[in-house]
Write a protein of this length. Sequence first.
Length: 167
Amino acid sequence: MRQTKRLRCSRGVLILASAVGISLALWACYPKRVGPAGTDGKRLTWADMSVEERREHMKAVVLPRATEVFRAWRPDRYGHVDCTLCHGPGAETGDFRMPTDHLPRLSGDLFLGPEFEKHRDTTRLKRDRLVPVMSEALGRKSFSLITRTGFGCYSCHLGPDGPLFGN
């Protein structure tokens, strides 16, 4: 009986250690190389891209994916999607900084409770569809509630008093 408990315990520790190892290995894969090839022949990460390379990546990859998400949700409202949807009027003058005050400020609540109360469908769409699609397009990991890092709602939206969670 004792040996069976030890075996179960050992198996449990092994499974937990494996899960932690796999998680760390996957975590280490970021940032992903999503851009054009650099001088070494490897694709560039978002941080390594020049302003012009970022602009081209946004046009070729990010904007089409965001357009898909918004058009699938509300095709009548999002028949035409361009840079100003997220970046606001600053996009017309070349100001693409994010987060931006063009978008509604969020509550600062980690679980977005007030946003879910007021705009359940919009908040769910952005959390469940837009954030994963955008984080993948930019080669960044999605926001983690545990570490409070990664690409999430506050990568685009400001909190009540300004940027939150390292954005």
